[in-house]
Design a protein around this ligand. Sequence first.
Ligand SMILES: [Zn+2]
Length: 200
Amino acid sequence: MSIRACFACKERKEKEDLLNFKLISKDFLREGEISLPETFLNIFKDVSNILFLDLYSKLPGKGINICPKKECIKAALKKIYKGKNIDVNSFINYLLETIEKELITNLVRAKKASLIDIGLDNIDYKDKDAFIIVSQKASLKAQEKLKNFYKNLLVLDEEDLSSFVGLENKNIKYLLIKNTPLGKKIFRLLKLYKSLKNAI
Ligand SMILES: [Zn+2]
């Protein structure tokens, strides 16, 4: 397990519970390594370095880790871009879009690999190591009962849950994802997504 401090509040957390960024120069981007949408580049139009979300820490350079919370993101932007005005909400929206895309890609992969059970009915108690994502509509009593069985539980907005698995019109009660590296990755992305969504 690797522990990192949030760049803003200095709280120490597991690296995977933090948003991992790299500060990269626009020149590096111009060289064609990474292409970013215009809307994102506009957020950073007055500065020479971009705070780039490097979810899996693949890019070189010193990492900047930040809690997925508005106050920490805001404080970090202020600290990095002294005196410049970076729109926090636009930035958070971009982060959400990026994570959402990642989630959908990985959920499709997990579905193809039969790692996911989509629950439309009563919840099956099967594998306690699995990751369970429960709809917000589930009663607190039901959530409590599940928490006692599953170690890794996340409560998510029902609409988000449905759209992530591509079933917009169905009432999904829960998702059960097998505890594999891919499942772990998806669970992490969902936790970051939820936390960021609460930030706006
Ligand atoms: Zn923080």
